[in-house]
Design a protein. Structure first.
Length: 418
């Protein structure tokens, strides 16, 4: 990969984007939507090639689900772009403004970060999501997907560029590039591109994220793995707790916002686990501590005794850890020592406990009486998302348009000197 050639092209795209207003950017994104619609069948055929290769390699069903596209997912991609189009262009937004005693006017305004890179696994929808957010916020973007989705990503980027190249669209095809994905050396080149790439976002499993953080010589916005917990408090509505647990674990187990561990207060352990067994049937294998194992072993659900490595582990599959706790304090302490600061939920009818949980848990998103599956840019009203930031600087939680902006100060005077 010629990183210099690629980043030079992206810098040219950034310069051109700086001169586009919201109307022009929205027009270009609308043209991309038309191109996706017109090439829907080509996208599905390319994706089918990736899925077949993954199946031949014995990839798990949950990971294949992340990789797969169908008409509904393409509709979702298009709807995400439409939402981004409908959103206010953040560039040029005046965040603060004031006049100094000596008469100078100071304004803090929002500007693009510049050239962004994203390194991600599977999920071809990320290709389009990342592009449209970057484009609307005035940034050029380098995409480095995984080899497992190479055919899908190639066709999607080709179609995006086709939409941008439409003469009537006034788009800027130089604003997006796809790494060839032929060698892991490409990742090292991106992470070493000081002065060429302004920020990189890793989006995938813990191994990828940790590797990027350790090797990067350029700034990183950390999108974390999702070891998410559900705590069933002693005051919980058990029926609600079971339904939320089922949704949080089984709807998309390969997603980073699915739960990997359920903590149960000892006073409702038997009631909750027996109700859980009826709801889950044989859908999930539970890795249970001793007391949870003793209860579930008398039911028909698959259950094994938890090993130490199961605690704090991101299964990304139909597996879930179960643990008994004796108080909300113990639950909070356990979660803070085993989570990845992504999403946590408590099921409770005790408002004091709900408040303690939300104030003391260290995570980007903290829920009371609802599923962790809502940690998603679309569900938060952002349309597309770049990922879920689990760090505390610059951005945290689902990352929409404004996460790809920074600010600068504009100072106007009439001859002031110091």
């Amino acid at each position: 990969m010629d990183i210099i050639k690629i980043t030079d092209s992206l810098h040219e795209g950034t310069k051109k984007l700086a001169n586009q207003n919201a109307l022009q950017k929205n027009k270009a994104l609308s043209s991309v939507i038309s191109a996706i619609q017109q090439n829907r069948e080509a996208i599905l055929q390319a994706n089918l090639l990736d899925v077949k290769v993954a199946q031949q390699k014995g990839t798990s069903d949950s990971l294949i689900e992340r990789l797969s596209l169908d008409d509904k997912k393409i509709d979702d991609i298009i709807n995400s772009i439409k939402i981004v189009i409908s959103q206010t262009d953040p560039i040029g937004e005046e965040i603060l403004g004031w006049k100094t005693p000596n008469g100078m006017t100071i304004r803090q305004v929002r500007v693009p970060i510049g050239t962004v890179a994203i390194i991600y696994e599977s999920r071809p929808n990320v290709t389009v999501d990342a592009f449209c957010l970057a484009y609307k916020s005035g940034n050029s973007i380098l995409l480095r997907g995984s080899s497992s989705a190479i055919n899908s990503n190639r066709i999607l980027v080709k179609i995006i560029k086709q939409g941008l190249s439409n003469q009537k669209a006034e788009g800027i095809p130089e604003a997006i590039e796809l790494a060839p994905c032929e060698s892991h050396d490409e990742v090292d080149q991106i992470l070493s591109a000081v002065g060429k790439i302004d920020v990189v976002l890793p989006r995938g499993g813990a191994k990828l994220i940790n590797s990027v953080i350790e090797k990067a010589k350029i700034p990183v916005i950390q999108t974390g793995a999702g070891v998410c917990h559900l705590f069933v408090d002693e005051s919980a509505d058990i029926s609600m707790a079971v339904d939320i647990a089922y949704n949080s674990k089984t709807q998309r187990p390969g997603a980073c916002n699915s739960i990997e561990c359920i903590l149960i207060h000892k006073n409702v352990l038997n009631e909750f686990l027996n109700a859980l067994a009826i709801k889950f049937q044989k859908k999930v294998t539970f890795h249970a501590d001793e007391n949870c194992f003793n209860v579930l072993s008398k039911t028909n659900v698959p259950v094994v005794k938890a090993e130490q490595k199961d605690y704090g582990f991101e299964f990304l599959d139909f597996d879930c850890t179960l643990k008994e706790v004796s108080s909300i304090s113990e639950a909070i302490q356990y979660i803070n020592s085993h989570n990845t600061k992504h999403s946590e939920s408590i099921i409770t009818n005790n408002r004091s406990n709900a408040k303690s949980f939300q104030s003391e848990i260290d995570a980007a998103c903290i829920y009371v009486n609802c599923s962790t599956r809502f940690t998603d840019g679309g569900e938060f009203g952002f349309g597309a998302e770049l990922g879920i930031s689990t760090q505390k600087l610059h951005a945290r939680g689902p990352m929409g348009i404004k996460a790809l902006t920074t600010t600068k100060y504009l100072i106007d005077g009439d001859g002031q000197i110091r």
